[in-house]
Design a protein around this ligand. Structure first.
Ligand SMILES: Cc1ncc(COP(=O)(O)O)c(C=O)c1O
Length: 393
């Protein structure tokens, strides 16, 4: 064959796949925006849904699909969806389900970004919302109207760690034909599987414990074919696609999910008990503590552990919290969660700043509240860092 010109060679480098008798143990990253087709019949089969070949990466790509399959299996769902962030997947699920005139009942104790989504884009879409103080069946039942289509709760709420009574809520929707959506970010499917308790969708910010190393932004959902299908249709049209490397990183993180979450839970219980007895701490929120409002519900629904998230209120209000955060040496102040390292955050000034002060105070989110994402370090080192920092407030 005649030698190809420099320009042509350059434009086609890397197109020939290396044939091999072995396959890589780690999934390759399919860093391609589109796939090549041999002919019109093949492309037609994909558009008609007769082939599951990949076509264009905004719609689907191998790394994203592998993540979707993994999450569907972990959550026990018929179908999975991966998106560019937790907020993107929440938006996909809600916009796939809710239209003008629909009503949603939402836990008041939800992530501030979710609250912002309901209050901004969804209200402008013509969706009305009622917030309920507790994610239990009586409070939700009272808020339900004829137009109610969705009930939205967090299995463990951010930042007050209230536990949603998902089985009781599922009974309620069964009677009334509602869609129950559960944000499972704090619990992860290792500790709690909302779908097994009757929810239609379990979704998570995979940025947190699922990926687990603060190096990726991603969101995942699993649920019934019908609801995830509607979310996917909205998702591919609007394009909040996860990129192949982010999907790959999330899959890699998932490999150690069980080990990490076990250790996060053990360390968090130890830290919660330490803080609970500390003179400079006014209140501790952790479902594993007997003093927690939902302790018996947590014992029933979360038998393998209560996860890595806890919150506490330091003496001295906002100033006390600031002094505590400044004094930490090992644990960093990070407005996120789910890392292998222990991090702290300040809900009033970060995750929940979209809420009015009045609404925050009603939930107990005061200036002195510090939220902790307890890592997998040697627990003695975490306790020592908290001890020395509390001594300085
Ligand atoms: C409980 C919960 N859900 C959803 C989100 C949104 O996820 P992301 O930041 O990946 O968009 C967060 C983010 O902090 C969260 O804490």
């Amino acid at each position: 064959m005649a030698r190809r010109s420099m320009e042509t060679v350059a434009a086609h480098v890397g197109e020939d796949l290396v044939p091999a008798a072995t396959r890589p143990v780690s999934m390759p990253i399919y860093q391609t925006s589109v796939f090549a087709f041999p002919d019109l019949d093949t492309v037609e089969a994909v558009y008609k849904g007769d082939s599951d070949a990949f076509l264009y990466s905004r719609m689907a790509h191998p790394n994203g699909s592998a993540l979707e399959a993994a999450v569907a299996e972990l959550e026990g769902g018929e179908s999975g969806l991966a998106a560019a962030s937790g907020m993107a997947v929440i938006n996909d699920v809600l916009c796939g389900t809710l239209g003008p005139g629909d009503h949603a009942v939402v836990t008041a104790e939800c992530y501030g970004g979710t609250f912002g989504l309901f209050e901004g884009p969804l209200r402008r879409r013509g969706v009305t919302v009622t917030y309920v103080a507790a994610a239990d069946a009586p409070s939700v039942a009272e808020a339900i109207r004829p137009a109610t289509r969705v009930v939205y709760v967090e299995s463990i709420s951010n930042p007050t760690t209230r536990v949603a009574d998902v089985p009781a809520l599922a009974e309620l929707y069964r009677e009334r034909g509602l869609v129950l959506v559960v944000d499972n970010t704090f619990a992860t499917p290792y500790l709690f599987q909302p779908l097994a308790h009757g929810a239609h969708v379990s979704l998570s910010s995979a940025t947190k414990f699922l990926a687990g190393h603060s190096d990726v932004t991603a969101g995942v959902a699993a649920g019934t074919r019908e609801i995830i299908g509607a979310a996917r249709s909205y998702h591919t049209t609007t394009g909040a696609t996860i990129d192949p490397f982010a999907a790959w990183l999330t899959l890699r993180g998932l490999k150690t999910l069980a080990l990490r979450v076990q250790r996060h839970s053990e360390n968090a219980l130890r830290l919660a008990r330490f803080l609970d007895g500390h003179g400079r701490v006014e209140k501790v929120f952790y479902p594993g503590l007997e003093s927690h409002l939902d302790h018996s519900l947590a014992a029933r629904l979360l038998p393998s552990g209560n996860g890595g998230m806890l919150s506490f209120v330091v003496g001295g209000g906002m100033e006390g919290a600031n002094r505590f955060i400044r004094a930490l040496k090992l644990c960093q102040f990070v407005p996120s969660l789910g890392d292998v390292g222990t991090t702290v955050s300040h809900p009033a000034l970060t995750s929940h700043r979209a809420m009015s002060e009045e609404a925050r105070l009603r939930l107990g989110i005061t200036g002195g509240m510090v939220r902790v994402s307890v890592g997998i370090e040697a627990v003695g080192d975490i306790l020592a860092d908290f001890e020395q920092a509390l001594a300085k407030i």
